[in-house]
Design a protein around this ligand. Sequence first.
Ligand SMILES: *Cc1c(COP(=O)(O)O)cnc(C)c1O
Length: 222
Amino acid sequence: MSIAERREYILGRIEAAAKWAKRQAGEVSLTAVSKQQPDERIKAALSAGQTVFGENRVQEAQKRWGDAFADHRNNIELRLIGPLQTNKAEDAVCLFDVIETLDRMKLARAIMKAADKTGRIPKLFVQVNIGAEDQKSGVMPSALPGFLKDLKSELDITPQGLMCIPPAGEAASPHFWYLNNLAKDHGIKNLSMGMSSDYETAVKMGATHVRVGSALFGNRGL
Ligand SMILES: *Cc1c(COP(=O)(O)O)cnc(C)c1O
């Protein structure tokens, strides 16, 4: 299958999953995760009409979207889905429309400082460590209420969404369900969850943004 065909297939599965959940397919946006993919595949996705892309590394994304595909930059939405170091906050603010991995106050302060300086303010999602795993980034679910309160009171930030990566090797749906409930508790409308192996489940559980890499582009490896 070509990338255009795979994209149509995935959009069809998203639509079917949305219908199952009595939702509109238009409520769900497909983020094409272009990290570590060769240029010709990105080109194919752009030609097929894909306009939302996700990257997990600032430097790699700068090379791709600030250089090789700079002509397309203004016509796409670029989302950072990987961890962000505070010393890269300004670069990230300059490049990305959405940062999905906000998970600590120090980073929030660095982003706001960069926003003041550059006049660009990306939309922000909070990453939740939904399985409360030791090594994983993201705010622990138990710490989320306090974190949201601090974001609001100190920086006047109201995040637009929550994002999670469920623990590997576990059924994803309880984790998706949990993230959905956390979002509802706090009046947050957007949920970034679901990857190649579980995006349909995520849509059934309320995802508004699914992040699909290999199922769209093929296996990674530049
Ligand atoms: C790489 C990555 C994806 C895409 O993974 P696939 O399994 O290839 O779809 C989604 N989300 C995040 C945070 C990633 O790092």
